[in-house]
Design a binder for this molecule. Structure first.
Ligand SMILES: Cc1cc2nc3c(=O)[nH]c(=O)nc-3n(C[C@H](O)[C@H](O)[C@H](O)COP(=O)(O)OP(=O)(O)OC[C@H]3O[C@@H](n4cnc5c(N)ncnc54)[C@H](O)[C@@H]3O)c2cc1C
Ligand SMILES: *[C@@H]1O[C@H](CO)[C@@H](O)[C@H](O)[C@H]1NC(C)=O
Ligand SMILES: *[C@@H]1O[C@H](CO)[C@@H](O)[C@H](O)[C@H]1NC(C)=O
Ligand SMILES: *[C@@H]1O[C@H](CO)[C@@H](O)[C@H](O)[C@H]1NC(C)=O
Ligand SMILES: *[C@@H]1O[C@H](CO)[C@@H](O)[C@H](O)[C@H]1NC(C)=O
Length: 519
């Protein structure tokens, strides 16, 4: 996702929450007292011995990291991955340099991602963004100038107070969303996606999930022209869909218009391999095909409940048993395609349609006359966004910097550079030669990119069975690296509390008010 920045509306950074509190150990007498008070069956429950995480994308690798943090050194962690670590975070090489092909842009207030990068000793590239324009299939309906100081009057002229009101509207949603960090810092978890979202934004968030971004913004008094020319292009570049997507994912998408966006130097997927290394999890290459509950009877002890996970490796079908399983890949026949055997009651199938987005990286010269500029010298845009017009075969076209670089610094695009095209379908040769007057290298990557959104949004459960958890349901609120990280931390906390029977840390109401007075 590459937002076009409305530079004039830069939002001031706010004090950041510290991501990790230092846990102060209890003094010994307090510990002894606690031990004496707790019924032994509760306090002496052993930790799990083996946990499986299905999927090594950002969700799965963050889950491994947080599971290690909660369950300690002795648990054995396996990450089962059918392809490459990183999942939807991946780079493509063009002319000897690497470019993000999947998830690319991180918001400055994505605190888990920020914490990972610091913890792993990685570096961040701040994205500078170049002047952008909105193309409607015939002409540019809005063009940013190369001189950012004239953008404010220009925006005001075009859209009145809509841009300013939008940034306040998004800010308000973001403020509520940020509550998740405080809840998680205090170890609170939620057993459903609905509860998690309700604990952040109450009925306001429920309403945002129930109606389209268009409806939500119309009700909030935004003009139709602004919705068509600014909001819609942002939805198209970020989610390949129009303003029918729900208000919540729509608002997330609009947050990408703010400044301070960044990405990981060397490629975002480095976070995944880094987290897995730091969690000391073992990566097992294989495709999970089925999961089945089992009960093992031990001599003299209570029966132990386990999950048998069967996976297909290069040497055939094999499997292992685990106390806890965390699924960190989108479920569905066309997605992870995992069969849940012999669950009582059975685990239902959740409808989970995904949107295809094709990333095309082109090293070439833009055909500026396609966009109505007969003189290529006059063309100054580094990002082209689009309105909803069925004639258009692209969603966006943006000038890219390699992952090792710190951005173009807002300079004018070079005559020949690397452009990233997002489209719903693969581009034909004819379409490519319309967009580019010449090109010498094309790399294509089709993705099942993010959910196909529609309001009202319904969520699959987080708890599929006693100790079987599912992260990617939260993607139905909004798909983003940070959302997967939040879901991962929630699942690790939830698994821990449920294993040890700590019900007081799960699904608490009014956390926002309670934590206010606690500090
Ligand atoms: C083109 C594009 C642009 C995007 N832009 C942004 C952006 O700018 N910013 C942002 O925050 N987000 C962006 N996103 C979304 C973001 O990339 C995803 O939300 C995020 O990467 C999802 O991570 P995940 O770990 O939950 O899922 P995935 O990355 O899909 O990981 C799931 C993993 O599970 C593996 N797997 C699946 N099934 C099985 C199985 N049966 N057995 C074993 N392994 C299995 C897969 O191989 C995969 O590695 C973008 C996505 C795309 C495609
Ligand atoms: C959202 O829609 C669901 C049904 O689709 C309804 O039960 C719920 O009351 C609605 N919530 C709000 C806040 O509109
Ligand atoms: C396992 O993988 C092999 C080779 O990739 C494939 O031929 C086979 O059908 C797979 N088996 C199952 C049960 O998915
Ligand atoms: C899902 O897996 C089953 C067997 O495990 C297989 O028969 C089926 O073809 C797979 N479906 C898809 C869409 O890959
Ligand atoms: C460039 O765009 C124009 C206008 O759409 C088109 O006629 C022409 O064929 C395109 N290609 C080249 C190489 O100029």
């Amino acid at each position: 996702m590459k937002g076009f920045k409305i530079k004039a509306l830069r939002i001031k950074g706010r004090p950041e929450l510290r991501s990790q509190p230092a846990h102060r150990p209890l003094p010994l007498p307090a510990l002894l007292l606690l031990a004496a008070l707790c019924p032994p069956a509760l306090s002496l429950r052993h930790g799990p011995s083996k946990i499986a995480v299905v999927g090594g994308g950002i969700g799965g690798s963050a889950a491994a990291y947080f599971l290690r943090q909660k369950f300690g050194r002795s648990v054995q962690l396996h990450v089962l991955e059918k392809a490459a670590l990183g999942g939807r975070l991946d780079t493509l090489d063009v002319e000897g340099a690497s470019y993000e092909a999947g998830g690319s842009v991180i918001h400055p207030l994505n605190l888990h991602m920020k914490h990972f990068v610091q913890e792993l000793g990685l570096l961040a590239n701040t994205l500078q963004g170049s002047p952008s324009g909105v193309y409607n299939g015939e002409e540019f309906v809005f063009e940013e100038s190369s001189w950012s100081f004239i953008n404010r009057p220009k925006l005001l002229w075009h859209y009145g107070l809509n841009p300013l009101r939008m940034s306040m509207w998004v800010e308000d949603i973001l403020d509520k969303f940020m509550r998740i960090y405080r809840y998680q810092m205090h170890d609170y978890a939620f057993s459903s996606n609905e509860r998690l979202l309700h604990a952040l934004g109450g009925d306001d968030f429920t309403r945002l999930l129930n109606q389209s971004i268009e409806e939500a913004m119309q009700k909030a008094g935004f003009s139709q022209k602004f919705i068509n020319q600014v909001v819609c292009p942002a939805m198209r570049v970020n989610y390949g869909q129009g303003v029918t997507i729900p208000g919540f994912v729509g608002a997330v998408s609009l947050a990408w218009l703010q400044s301070g966006l960044w990405s990981v130097k060397g490629g975002n997927k480095l976070v995944c391999s880094g987290l897995i290394y730091s969690s000391k999890a073992e990566v097992i290459p294989g495709t999970v095909v089925s999961i089945e509950p089992k009960t093992r009877h031990q001599r003299g002890g209570d029966p132990v409940k386990l999950y048998e996970v069967t996976y297909n490796t290069s040497s055939g079908l094999t499997g292992d048993t685990y106390d806890i399983v965390v699924i960190a890949a989108p479920l569905g026949r066309k997605m992870a395609n995992i069969t849940f055997r012999n669950f009582d009651p059975p685990i239902p199938e959740f409808p989970n349609p995904f949107q295809q987005t094709v990333t095309t990286l082109v090293h070439g010269r833009l055909n500026t006359s396609f966009f109505g500029y007969q003189d290529p010298q006059a063309f100054h845009l580094g990002a082209i966004f689009t309105t909803d017009n069925p004639k258009l075969f692209i969603n966006s076209l943006t000038l890219e910097s390699p992952v090792g670089d710190t951005g173009t610094g807002g300079e004018l695009p070079l005559p020949s550079a690397v452009w990233k095209v997002f489209s719903n379908e693969e581009l034909s040769k004819e379409q490519l030669s319309l967009l580019f007057s010449s090109y010498d290298s094309v790399k294509v990557k089709p993705w099942l990119a993010y959910p196909q959104y529609s309001a009202p949004e319904k969520f699959p459960p987080i708890v599929l069975h006693e100790q079987l958890y599912y992260l990617n349901g939260l993607e139905r609120a909004a798909s983003a690296m940070e959302m997967s990280a939040i879901a991962a931390r929630n699942a690790a906390l939830l698994a821990f509390h449920r294993w040890h029977g700590h019900s007081a840390s799960v699904d608490q109401e009014d956390l926002h008010e309670r934590l206010k007075t606690e500090l």
